[in-house]
Every structure is written in C-alpha cells, then in structure tokens.
Design a protein around this ligand. Sequence first.
Ligand SMILES: O=C(O)C(=O)C[C@H](O)C(=O)CO
Ligand SMILES: [Zn+2]
Length: 278
Amino acid sequence: MPIETRHAIHPEHASMFDTEALRANFLIQGLFVPGEINLTYSHYERLVVGGAAPAGSPLTLEPAKATGTPFFLARRELGIINVGGAGTVTADGERFELGARDVLYVAQGTKEVTFASADAAAPALFYLVSTPAHQRHATRRIAIAEAKRVELGAQETANKRTIFQLIHPDVCTSCQLVMGMTQLEPGSVWNTMPAHVHDRRSEAYLYFDLAAGAKVFHLMGEPEETRHLVVGDREAILSPPWSIHSGCGTSAYAFVWAMGGDNIDYTDMDPVTLEMLK
Ligand SMILES: O=C(O)C(=O)C[C@H](O)C(=O)CO
Ligand SMILES: [Zn+2]
C-alpha cells in the first residue's frame, strides 16, 4: 500500500515555487489505480488523503509505518466517499453498501477495513480522508440524501452550487474530520469565490465528475500572493492553513472537501474579498 509523504511548506517558500514544485507539493494525482490503495500522508494536520479502487478482489487498508500504530485506524478516524460505481466497505466485519456519492464515517479503533466493487466492469472508487482521532465515535453510513444542503452563489456570477455537508456536526459526529461535497450547476464554474482562509484548519479537495478533457484552474496561496494549479478529473489538492482554495472550471464539476484542525465549525472562515486578492 504505497504512501507518499508531503511536508508542510512555509508560505514564503511556496511563493518562490515554479509550476513543477507547486504541483509536486500540493497536487495529488493517480489516486485511483485499479486494484490498489494509494495514500498521501500530509504534515498539514497529518491529513491522509487517498483512493481505493478495488477491481476483481477486495482491498485491505494495511498498517502503515507513517502512523507508527499497530493498525491504520488505531489513533485515526476515516471518511470515505464513493465517486465511482456501487461498492461495499467492510469495517470490523460490518458490511456497508455505498452507491455513488454515499459516505462512510469509520470509527477510530476499527481494526480491519476492506473495500470491494459490486461490478469490476464499473468499479467503485473510494476517496479516503483520515485525520488523527483520540475518541471513538460510531461508524456510520451517510447516504448523500441525508446530507445537510446549503445552496450558494448565482447563475449570473457563474458560481451557483450546492454544498452537501456529510461528516459535519449536524449530521454525523466525528473528532476533527469535517467532510462534504459541492456540486456546481451546469454553466457555473467558480467554487469558493469569494474565497476564504481558515488558519485553524487545513483542507483537501478532490475534483471529480469533470467533463471529458475539462480542467479546473485551482487557486491557492496567501490572498496577496496567489498561484494556480491546473487540475484534472479525480485529482486532489492540499490546501495549507494559510492558503485560499478556490477554483474555476472549464465547465461544471463536483468536488469533495475535507478538513482537519482545531475546530469542526464549518462556518469558521476568514473571508477574503476580491480587493484583497493579488
Ligand atoms: O463551494 C464552496 O464554497 C465550498 O465547497 C467551500 C468548501 O466547503 C470549504 O472551503 C470549506 O471550508
Ligand atoms: Zn475552506
């Protein structure tokens, strides 16, 4: 089970990066390789971000040297969202069926987690985000229909979108993981604009359901020192606590957002006005 480590970068260092260095530090590609689990261990909040793409046979979340624990979730919690075909996740023997966009919150202390596709020809693609956790909250399946929905933006500003809050205090109890999904309306392309930062939490985005060949120009950096990453379908980005995280697609798309840090208050954001951006 490959795990790549990404170190935390100081914003003044990041502002000197060229395209290649920005991508090497903040873009995550190749999450969904058939028959594999691929993880990235970030030193921002010790967020682990990855993908499990079971093909013919189930895949097991293995212990990792990066966590130094006897099993992966010994001192961690895990959020899983299925961005592919139907599949199942089994957590300590309990089987959960996850259709497209359904979520599973997996409790700290869960010893065995396995992933399977219902049909290898239309494989499940499980996007995984894990944060450190020191208290056990119940494992729970959250159907996309159970999400708390927040409508934002307008067609006139090309940012009409619905936020689905899934692992969120109003929906599912967790230690520090907050996770959900945002769907852009057809013709809307901007996410998280106006932008914000939240130094108390780091965030990761997985962009998915992009049209064939479409890209998202993801904006990052301190508000007065922005940079961009050109991101493709099923690619993720790491957003440091000092960074905005916004994006403009060449057409509509969806993305999974997930956060860890000092609080689980989704609304705790410091707004960044357009005048502040450079
Ligand atoms: O479209 C949006 O706006 C978002 O989805 C914003 C993210 O949820 C976020 O940045 C939460 O802190
Ligand atoms: Zn945010």
